[in-house]
Ligand binder design. Structure first.
Ligand SMILES: [Zn+2]
Length: 357
């Protein structure tokens, strides 16, 4: 943000008498939920009581729950966001979001976004919301976006050729078209099923004007990869406020994310299951904590190797197993109790048929 912009923003805020809101953030964090239910699989669920605990925590601690569209636009156009801005998202459009989540979101008057698989809605699946329910969400600060038509594993395919790419894009475009037909204007936002993507798909989506979201942890800033934006999973084992607090207070680790390594490791092509992740820092002067950088792979600490002042590398000590794996790094923010947070998700895949999840 330029100094002039900051001054203008501050003046505007003061003139409007909104001095209680400090518009000073250039990043925001996104929370990711699936079910709000006590009976759905725990790994992607939290109870209505736990969810309300999160909403109350945000309120009590002066977080500003902002609409995804407003937050993305502010960061893309270098306009300041309220400090402590956070966005609430749900994947899959489960009916329990309507039944258990919406009453609470209305009570707190918070905006939110639901990423929808359109086939279950079109097929009147009793666990999915109906189009009428989704239309109702739009009247209560809800925005709807694309999660493919059928929640397919987009990159667990034998080849990443033209046939694969056209079929994958057709799947995404079909969902986009159904959302537009039923709900009117729908932003081109895609949440990858299971947070799985590869660089070819990312590039094709960029060319088609999509912003896309993964399931790796971290915050969103101008230096983010706009076709692999991170979100903090906040259900299942991540629903405890104790751990969520640290994530909510974190800031995006200042790195060049678009240059991160290809996330799919093909064992059938003999690719290295201990891939090297090179992290190129931006704003290195703000980091200033080289010796306090901590990285973790599969729950174990992993010492980063600095190649120069702005670049470090990490790689797993042991070959990663099939499926999704993550490298995580954090560093204390100078002068604060909070952390910069970085995560990269890998998919180790050998060409086999995808599991039923
Ligand atoms: Zn999903």
């Amino acid at each position: 943000m330029t100094l002039l912009r900051l001054l203008l923003a501050t003046t505007l805020v003061t003139n409007l008498g909104l001095s209680t809101i400090s518009h000073s953030a250039d990043s925001f964090n996104i929370l990711l939920y699936h079910h709000i239910s006590s009976t759905a699989p725990r790994s992607t669920s939290l109870s209505a009581e736990e969810f309300e605990g999160h909403l109350q925590y945000l309120k009590d601690n002066e977080y500003h729950v902002v609409a995804l569209g407003d937050a993305l636009k502010a960061v893309q156009t270098a306009q300041p966001l309220p400090s402590k801005s956070v966005v609430i998202t749900f994947d899959d459009a489960w009916r329990d979001i309507y039944e258990q989540g919406l009453p609470l979101l209305k009570k707190y008057d918070y905006p939110f976004t639901v990423f929808v698989n359109t086939d279950p809605v079109d097929q009147n699946n009793r666990h999915a919301m109906t189009w009428d329910m989704l239309r109702d969400l739009k009247h209560h600060k809800g925005s709807l976006a694309n999660h493919t038509r059928d929640h397919a594993y987009l990159v667990r395919k034998p080849e990443y050729d033209d046939v694969w790419l056209s079929a994958t894009l057709a799947n995404i475009e079909h969902a986009q078209q159904r959302l537009e037909q039923e709900l009117g204007h729908t932003p081109k936002w895609l949440a990858y099923p299971f947070g799985e993507y590869n660089n070819v798909l990312k590039q094709a989506l960029k060319e088609r004007g999509y912003t896309a979201f993964g399931q790796q942890s971290g915050g969103v800033a101008a230096f983010s990869d706009w076709q692999a934006l991170p979100r903090f999973p906040a259900a299942g084992r991540y629903s405890s406020l104790k751990t969520l607090k640290t994530k909510l207070a974190s800031q995006p680790f200042p790195a060049n994310y678009a240059a991160f390594a290809e996330p799919v490791i093909r064992t059938d092509h003999g690719q290295n299951q201990q891939p090297l992740l090179t992290v190129n820092l931006t704003q290195a002067q703000r980091l200033g904590v080289r010796q306090q950088l901590s990285c973790f792979i599969a729950g174990s600490a992993k010492k980063p190797i600095w190649s120069d002042k702005l670049n470090f590398n990490i790689a797993a000590d042991n070959p990663m197993g099939k499926g999704r794996n993550r490298y995580n790094c954090t560093a204390p923010i100078w002068g604060q109790k909070n952390y910069y947070w970085l995560s990269h998700q890998w998919l180790v895949y050998g060409g086999e048929a995808p599991p039923k999840e």
